[in-house]
Ligand binder design. Structure first.
Ligand SMILES: Nc1nc2c(c(=O)[nH]1)N[C@H]1C(S)=C(S)[C@@H](COP(=O)(O)O)O[C@H]1N2
Ligand SMILES: [Mo]
Length: 437
């Protein structure tokens, strides 16, 4: 089994209150040299840094870079991010504190990053020369489309769509689950521009034998082995043919940033972020469920039945995670805010696989709930904004909780839901802490 990306168990789970949590380092001693890139010789402090996978390599003086040039380049591609929490720098993984996600449209510099491999060279150079998208497999006419063809031959659509990692909230599972210790910030809702995946698939002519897509990008594997694919996931053909499953080249009106998949990626709203293939160059239409790297084993798969926390679930009992659960995030005030007024304005976003029908907030650990104002979504799969004014009965310490309910009648649980080996799908209520004066 490849532990490099899914990482080792993190030990104790952090405190469950957002903002008071301890983000544990991961990937310790898992770093290997990537043969296909030039590396600085690991000596002295560099060797030590390499063994510990120091996550703040960019602060090291020039020449003392602990893990080498390729990683330094990835961190350059990360440099435009605004105050994100870096969980790992090889591969780059970073999340966003809730109060930094207050914008209605998530700016590029606040969107989380989840890389399984390295940022490809063409992206680092922002060079899309000769880029093509191949569509093959169970289709009548395999296609090889240039970016220009993609942009001119199909209807261009712009949609604001949630992108959320399936492991968002993993840090709160007890016992801890291995992988990036995301708290609440592996989510965002930028505006994407591109074409519908279904228009492209229909142009290729989907055969009746098609059951699944397989998405490929060209991000180098961490091992440096050019024959290894970092990640290749896919979606059921019915989902690929839905009108909001997109192939996009722009985020918030600009070219995709290098680290977010320049020049092309998929966006599959309602599904785990891992299906949103970055640096997309091929969609392979399959006559079986796609079996690329990170489709099998414990990756993005859940037990087929409820298991007790800590259970060793046999691999054959794991099933692919499809839709993401209903969720909400309080983006103002920031957790830890002191001296808030007794009349407290709170706001945030809520999202689901479909629409959110209501959001409730509580200041007394869920003993009483108050319905928040909820805006309609700008388009399907866009997050919805809520706000409420909570009257706090007296000065002191409060937790503010938010709980969303979706059109299917599902409500966020107040505790971590169904434990699973890799800690996916945690949609427990979001909690912040404030002191009222
Ligand atoms: N080629 C490629 N695509 C990828 C990944 C990756 O490592 N390589 N990570 C996936 C995962 S697990 C997630 S959650 C999203 C994260 O997208 P972002 O980094 O743009 O936020 O990209 C997905 N697409
Ligand atoms: Mo992810």
């Amino acid at each position: 089994m490849d532990y490099r990306n899914e990482d080792q168990p993190s030990g104790a789970a952090p405190n469950e209150i957002d903002g008071l949590s301890i983000v544990s380092e991961e990937d310790g001693a898992q770093v290997e040299d990537a043969g296909r890139r030039t590396f600085l010789k690991a000596t002295g402090i560099a060797a030590l840094g390499s063994a510990l996978a120091v996550p703040f390599a960019r602060f090291f003086p020039e020449g003392l870079s602990p893990v080498g040039i390729a990683q330094a380049q990835d961190m350059d591609a990360y440099a435009f991010k605004d105050q994100l929490t870096l969980l790992n720098d090889r591969p780059v993984n970073a999340e966003t504190a809730a109060h930094l996600l207050d914008d209605k449209i998530t700016p590029a510099n606040r969107l989380f990053i989840r890389n399984n491999g390295m940022v490809p060279d063409h992206a680092l150079a922002m060079d899309a020369t000769g880029w093509t998208l191949t569509v093959d497999g169970e289709v009548d006419n395999p296609l090889e489309l240039t970016l220009d063809q993609l942009k001119s031959d199909f209807e261009v659509v712009t949609r604001q769509l949630v992108l959320e990692c399936g492991g968002n909230g993993r840090a709160f599972f007890v016992p801890g689950a291995s992988g990036n210790q995301w708290t609440t910030g592996a989510v965002g809702c930028p505006e994407w521009t591109g074409v519908r995946m279904r228009d492209v698939l229909n142009a290729a002519g989907v055969k009746p034998t098609a059951v699944y897509t397989g998405h490929y990008g060209n991000d180098p594997h961490l091992s440096g082995d050019p024959d290894k694919v970092s990640i290749s996931r896919g979606i059921p053909i019915e989902k690929a043919l839905e009108e909001d499953s997109l192939i996009v080249w722009a985020m918030n009106g600009e070219d995709l940033p290098a680290i977010h998949g320049f020049p092309l990626r998929t966006i599959v709203p309602g599904y785990p972020g891992s299906t949103a293939q970055k640096w997309l160059n091929r969609i392979w239409v399959r006559d079986v469920v796609h079996d690329g790297p990170k489709m099998g084993g414990y990756s993005y798969r859940m037990p087929a039945y409820p298991v007790a926390p800590g259970t060793e679930v046999p691999e054959e009992d794991m099933v692919i995670m499809t839709t993401m659960p209903v969720k909400s995030l309080i983006t103002s005030p920031a957790t830890g805010t002191n001296s808030v007024g007794r009349s407290l304005d709170v706001r945030g976003h809520a999202w689901a696989d479909g629409d959110v029908t209501s959001v409730h907030v509580s200041h007394d650990f869920g003993q009483t709930w108050q319905e928040a104002n909820l805006e309609k979504p700008r388009n399907k799969y866009c997050w919805q904004h809520f706000n409420a004014t909570i009257e706090l009965p007296q000065a002191g310490y409060y937790e503010i909780w938010a709980r969303a309910t979706d059109t299917n009648g599902y409500t966020q649980p107040v505790t971590t839901p169904g434990w699973n080996p890799r800690g996916y799908g945690n949609n427990m209520v979001h909690r912040i802490a404030v002191i009222a004066s």
